[in-house]
Design a protein around this ligand. Structure first.
Ligand code: AMP
Length: 222
């Protein structure tokens, strides 16, 4: 079960991805988390990523992203599938994903498109906090930690992502609208797009997602 999760930054894809991962027992590959962790740990990928302005909302070049995903997707834990959160973000990335999957003799089950008005998304950003150890996301209202401001797992103070500052959020949304919204048409034309109303309670969104995925797994279309 390989699924692409589409939708603007801050729409709640990451939160849903975590729940879908647990429910179906497949890992989430979030390119954003992968890049931030690589930079924080100073790995070879991190040194490459540092050449680009991800803290300012600018995209990493397609070839860098594709190589990183290709490597990650071929690891053993993806044997039963994976969720791709934040990838693909451009048409060339989507084309490259098709090539990688056909080389691996695997197929994409569908593209879940999380949809919400931009005004709601901008509001959601203001409450988002992350764990500095592993990038796990929380939200002061929608997904609060047990102790306010503290990571449930690592017991360290949560921080705001550098790219969640309001002027950078604006830029991220612009880049998204320009480069990533065409992907909805791309998957629609392939009959693979399943749009989900993300402007609802996390629980409601999740049960709609599960219904959709179960349908796709039984062979129905969105
Ligand atoms: P995210 O956590 O998905 O919001 O990603 C954070 C940042 O990482 C983005 O604003 C981009 O700068 C970079 N990034 C993540 N995934 C991609 C991708 N598929 N293509 C290009 N840049 C990406």
């Amino acid at each position: 079960m390989i699924l692409v999760l589409l939708g603007p930054p801050g729409v709640g894809k990451g939160t849903q991805a975590e729940r879908i991962s647990v429910h179906y027992g497949v890992p989430t590959i979030s390119t954003g988390v992968m890049f931030r962790n690589a930079v924080a740990k100073g790995t070879e990928l991190g040194r490459i990523i540092q050449r680009y302005r991800i803290d300012k909302g600018e995209y990493v070049p397609d070839d860098v992203v594709i190589n990183a995903v290709r490597e990650r997707i071929s690891q053993d834990d993806c044997e039963n599938g994976c969720l791709l959160d934040g990838f693909p973000r451009t048409i060339p990335q989507a084309d490259a994903l098709n090539v990688v999957l056909s080389e691996m003799r695997r197929q994409l089950l569908g593209a879940l498109n999380f949809d919400a008005p931009l005004s709601v998304i901008v509001r959601r950003f203001s409450g988002r906090l992350v764990c500095p150890v592993d990038g796990q996301s929380y939200h002061v209202e929608n997904q609060p930690p047990i102790q306010p401001g503290i990571c449930d797992i690592h017991q360290v103070s949560l921080v705001r992502r550098a790219d969640d500052e309001p002027e950078i959020v604006q830029r991220r949304i612009e880049v998204y609208l320009e480069k990533t919204t065409p992907l909805a048409d791309y998957y629609q034309q392939k009959g693979m797009l399943c749009t989900i109303n993300a402007n609802e309670e996390t629980e409601t969104v999740f049960s709609n997602v599960v219904e959709m995925i179960d349908g796709l797994r039984k062979g129905s279309k969105c």
